[in-house]
Design a protein around this ligand. Structure first.
Ligand SMILES: Nc1ncnc2c1ncn2[C@@H]1O[C@H](COP(=O)(O)OP(=O)(O)OP(=O)(O)O)[C@@H](O)[C@H]1O
Ligand SMILES: [Mg+2]
Length: 253
């Protein structure tokens, strides 16, 4: 069976893409789902976040350069959770100018008939709308858009929606799109306002659990741990367990 391929995408920086990717994927893996996480961001934060120390190791960079197949680059990082790191050459790929439209289709092609034992493949996208994000949009069937509660993120969202529409037209497909409210501060009026705006513009698409802003969530990458390992009993660890359930069941607000 083919895995579901989900791009965790938002060209705005720091909205919680990587935090959502690592913690949600670990929560899904702990529920028994088979998950592969691919780091499409040259910043390479997923390797650090999941405690992989071989920083110079090759990853999705070699796949996109046509030097390796996907399954060769897989590292088992937890029970049921595999990671493909970004690799040192990914930054060069983002800057390549030759190759035309075909440069966007490299990931989709390399995923064909691969990772067939997996339930989910998640793509952690960079904060840009260049060739790496394009590869994610070519390859993915579903989008998961983390949103944080500030005004500029809302502005950025309309840009993202326009990009996604363009891809849908060109690729003749329709993404199943879900949003997740991240970095939520229940006492902050703006958090509530952003959430209300999302619910108005994306009815039936905002996952039922919000991820609260919590210092421990920012600390755990420094220990190479997810929040489910670092503070498994904390409210935010429970948020991610609930979010994983919401994701599987399609439970929205
Ligand atoms: N819910 C949260 N509570 C506290 N800190 C958070 C939360 N979510 C993310 N952070 C912190 O905010 C910063 C940005 O988060 P993250 O790296 O997940 O965003 P991103 O969208 O992947 O960023 P980039 O666009 O650079 O890839 C990180 O330092 C992270 O630890
Ligand atoms: Mg990131």
């Amino acid at each position: 069976m083919n895995p579901r391929i989900i791009a965790v995408i938002n060209q705005k920086g720091g909205v919680g893409k990587t935090t959502t990717s690592s913690n949600l994927c670990h929560a899904l893996a702990m529920m028994g789902k088979k998950v592969t996480l691919i780091d499409l961001d040259p910043q390479g934060h997923l390797a650090v976040s999941l405690g992989v120390v071989e920083a110079a190791k090759s990853g999705i960079d070699e796949v996109l350069l046509g030097h390796s197949d996907i399954e060769t680059q897989v590292i088992l990082v937890r029970n049921n959770l595999q990671l493909i790191v970004s690799g040192p050459k990914l930054r060069e790929i983002e800057q390549l100018t030759e190759g035309g439209v075909a440069r966007g289709d490299l990931l989709r092609l390399s995923l064909q008939n691969q990772l067939n034992d997996q339930d989910f493949v998640f793509l952690d996208c960079p904060p840009s709308s260049g060739i790496l994000a394009a590869n994610a949009l070519f390859a993915a069937d579903e989008l998961l858009i983390p949103m944080c509660s500030d005004f500029l993120s809302l502005q950025g969202l309309s840009h993202l929606v326009a990009t996604v529409k363009r891809f849908e037209q060109v690729l003749k497909k329709k993404y199943k799109t879900l949003l997740v409210m991240s970095r939520y501060v229940s006492t902050r009026r703006l958090s509530k306002e952003v959430l209300d705006t999302l619910l108005k513009h994306f009815p039936g698409q905002v996952l039922a659990t919000v991820i609260r802003e919590t210092a421990s969530l920012a600390e755990c990458p420094g220990f190479g741990k997810t929040i489910l390992e670092y503070q498994p009993k904390s409210p935010v660890a429970k948020d991610f367990a609930k979010l994983a359930n919401n994701f599987i069941e399609g439970k929205v607000m």
